[in-house]
Write a new protein. Structure first.
Length: 125
């Protein structure tokens, strides 16, 4: 069911300095959004090859809550939810954080959160 690791979400407190670090020091290209200031941005995505690095604003340095989150690509979120639920995996409700995007949050046996998502191709949104 899993077709690949889509992204790792890193919760950050100071988006401007974190973007500067990953863009200017590590030289990662910004996939979204390209702008001059990131001070008020809550979501910035870097291209890192087959897997994206997404910075998510609002981090509070709370262990277990601000930990990086793994996001796996799937072809069918509903089918994956049913499979995980029948396997005893704690799962949430399917949500739609953006047009053409379906996300399901779940937990591994130690309580680490991960998500599965499906994104419609740009030409189908």
């Amino acid at each position: 069911m899993i077709t690949g690791l889509a992204e790792i979400i890193l919760y950050v407190q100071d988006m401007e300095s974190q973007v500067a670090f990953y863009r200017d020091v590590l030289k990662l290209p910004i996939d979204y959004p390209e702008q001059k200031s990131y001070e008020n941005e809550q979501w910035v995505v870097f291209g890192t090859g087959g897997c994206k690095l997404a910075l998510h604003g609002g981090g509070r340095k709370k262990f277990g809550r601000d930990a990086p989150k793994f996001v796996f690509e799937v072809d069918d979120v509903q089918r994956t939810r049913e499979f995980l639920s029948l396997s005893g995996v704690p799962v949430g409700k399917i949500r739609h954080p953006a047009p053409g995007v379906e996300v399901l949050d779940a937990e591994d046996p130690e309580g680490n959160q991960f998500s599965v998502e499906h994104k419609e191709p740009d030409d189908k949104k």
